[in-house]
Unconditional design. Structure first.
Length: 617
């Protein structure tokens, strides 16, 4: 476990020519329908791709009618961290509800062959010090992370009262009683003083809107609902022995496909990988954790490591020395090289941006040349090269993905020219005018990302606050929150995920920050005898104005190839970052704002309501 200095990517490229190439590659993928090109999964619409649970039998139980102080919606890292911080603050009447059969969120659902963490685990996995747990390697397997999620639930007593296998249908404010009434598909009626929406920003599978989707007579499933009954093997045994005589199509080449394609290539008779935009795939350095290094760590090591990782992975102009980069991987390489160029100098914004662009292009050129070094067929290699800026799509790493395209049974089908698969037929898929006959189609097509539309992203039909105000309507023209976690008109409701707060390269750092802040507010309300809390309209409006005033310009996203990071390049809804409306001055500056706010001891901008029906200013 060492730090590293700047890398030496190639410099012998024509930057203006690459700018033109990037723009051309973006334009050939743009679609006027933007994110509307996808088919949403949910009640009554392709529900089997979302509601089906291949890991746990359906829950059969009587309806529950009960009251609870805090109801947390979602049992992934966001919900677990909300529950953990509430418990630590003395609020113990907490019930977590999730449609899954256990805690884990993304790590419960995603159990496809080869699943691993793709942020370094020492920064990504929360509460390592508190639970005395050290990941087995830099990028541990999904089963290990899932087990850590379960251990968080056990450590903080969150299994007590948890409701699994339960889908929420509606959350409505009952003003006469000052409670949120939560109804479920089991006909439960749960009345909560506080509700925390921790449904996760990327939790609900989506499908590509390919014409003829219903015509295909073969087998289909989404990668987040892997069907081992069909493929053979298991999450711990990736020998997919039932695919030996099967022709398999994979639609999508994002982070999931990078991990599953090598396993399919080893075991299926034939694999067709349908690619619209290639991922940037670097080498994966994944050594086991050094016990001597782990034993040498001093208290607070994880927060320090997270700060260093985020500085290089996500901050536009890192202020740390490159020798402080502890991750030393593709996620941090551009930031580390920018830091070396800046060397602590105060430079004009234009000069800083030019340095960032140069280092960005250099690292991406190195990644493209790596493709040529690995992939034997020149045409396939060219199609696998990413022509866009670093962070236009999620960076990936693998020591097997590119190598898989040298197998005679694996074919890359480039559908960038037609902006996707043209149609599905009874026997397969049509691309470039050719029909590819297959037995199975695996959709590695990603997840809903619209936190602004909670109904779409969470699958909850109704979230209705005071006076019948729908959260969807309240946020229709943009988020309206205080600190990204509360909204006027929704007393006692809190939001976790991507709204109007700080953005971190490890999303779990956001959840820790939000869980701590929400727990503080609830505990303070209890201590002051309030029945609930709500931001004033003025405080909400002031925060929205600040968020917009310091927002990062959308120029970068406008230049990116279409993808979920920029709302598929615009189209329906325009250019919109997947990470919500970030506080533009950075994650740690936002964290300082929250801490200063709490240090006042006055909950400024929050109304403490003393009786049902009270209204803030």
């Amino acid at each position: 476990m060492t730090t590293c200095g700047p890398s030496s990517p190639p410099r012998d490229f024509d930057l203006p020519a690459l700018r033109e190439k990037y723009a051309a590659e973006r334009d050939r993928r743009l679609r006027s329908d933007g994110s509307a090109q996808y088919v949403h999964t949910g009640a009554g619409e392709r529900s089997e791709f979302w509601e089906a649970d291949p890991h746990s039998p359906p829950v059969q139980r009587d309806a529950i009618v009960s009251e609870v102080e805090v109801l947390v919606v979602g049992g992934g890292f966001a919900g677990l961290l909300a529950g953990a911080h509430l418990t630590k603050s003395g609020v113990t009447d907490v019930r977590i509800i999730d449609m899954a059969g256990d805690f884990g969120g993304v790590w419960y659902w995603n159990r496809y062959p080869g699943i691993q963490c793709d942020n370094e685990a020492y920064s990504y996995i929360p509460l390592l010090e508190e639970l005395g747990y050290m990941p087995s390697k830099r990028f541990p397997d999904g089963a290990e992370i899932y087990e850590h999620c379960r251990n968080i639930g056990k450590h903080f007593g969150l299994y007590d009262g948890a409701l699994f296998g339960t889908m929420i249908r509606a959350i409505r404010r009952d003003e006469p009683t000052g409670r949120w009434v939560v109804t479920t598909h089991h006909d439960d009626e749960l009345r909560a003083r506080y509700v925390v929406l921790a449904t996760g920003p990327w939790s609900k599978p989506k499908l590509p809107g390919i014409p003829g989707l219903d015509e295909f007579t073969g087998h289909t499933f989404h990668s987040a609902r892997w069907d081992y009954d069909y493929t053979g093997g298991s999450v711990s045994d990736t020998a997919l022995d039932r695919l030996a005589d099967k022709r398999v199509a994979v639609i999508g080449t994002g982070a999931t496909a990078i991990q599953i394609v090598p396993h399919l290539g080893r075991h299926a008779e034939r694999v067709y990988v349908f690619q619209r935009t290639p991922s940037a795939v670097d080498a994966r350095r994944n050594p086991p954790t050094d016990p001597a290094w782990a034993a040498s760590l001093e208290p607070g090591w994880q927060k320090r490591r997270q700060a260093a990782f985020h500085t290089f992975a996500s901050e536009p102009f890192p202020t740390r020395s490159p020798s402080e980069d502890v991750a030393c991987d593709f996620f941090t390489e551009v930031g580390r090289n920018v830091s070396a160029r800046i060397a602590g100098r105060e430079l004009p914004p234009d000069e800083l941006a030019a340095i960032r662009e140069q280092e960005d292009y250099a690292v991406m050129e190195r990644v493209r040349r790596r493709v040529d070094d690995i992939v034997a067929d020149p045409a396939t290699a060219e199609a696998l090269k990413p022509y866009y800026r670093y962070l236009c799509k999620r960076p990936c790493s693998s020591n097997e993905y590119l190598e898989t395209f040298n197998r005679p049974n694996v074919t890359l089908v480039d559908v960038s020219g037609t902006r996707g698969v043209q149609r599905m037929t009874e026997h397969g898929l049509v691309a470039g005018g050719r029909e590819y006959e297959v037995d199975c189609v695996i959709f590695a097509s990603g997840f809903e990302i619209s936190a602004q539309d909670q109904r779409l992203a969470s699958g909850i039909d109704e979230i209705v606050g005071r006076d019948g105000l729908s959260l969807q309507d309240h946020w229709r023209d943009g988020f309206r929150t205080l600190h990204g976690m509360t909204s006027h008109g929704f007393p006692g409701m809190f939001f976790m995920g991507n709204t109007q707060g700080g953005g971190n390269a490890s999303v779990t750092a956001n959840y820790v920050q939000q869980g701590e802040h929400i727990a503080y507010i609830v505990a303070q309300a209890h201590a002051r005898g309030a029945t609930t809390v709500e931001p004033t309209r003025r405080a909400q409006d002031d925060w929205v104005a600040l968020i917009r005033a310091v927002a990062t310009p959308k120029t970068f996203l406008e230049q990116c190839t279409p993808g979920y990071y920029n709302n598929e390049g615009g189209g329906n809804g325009g250019i919109r970052p997947a990470t919500g409306e970030r506080y533009g001055r950075g994650f740690y500056e936002f964290d300082r704002i929250l801490r200063d706010w709490r240090d006042t001891g006055e909950l400024p901008g929050m109304a403490l309501l003393g009786a049902p029906g009270d209204r803030p200013g």
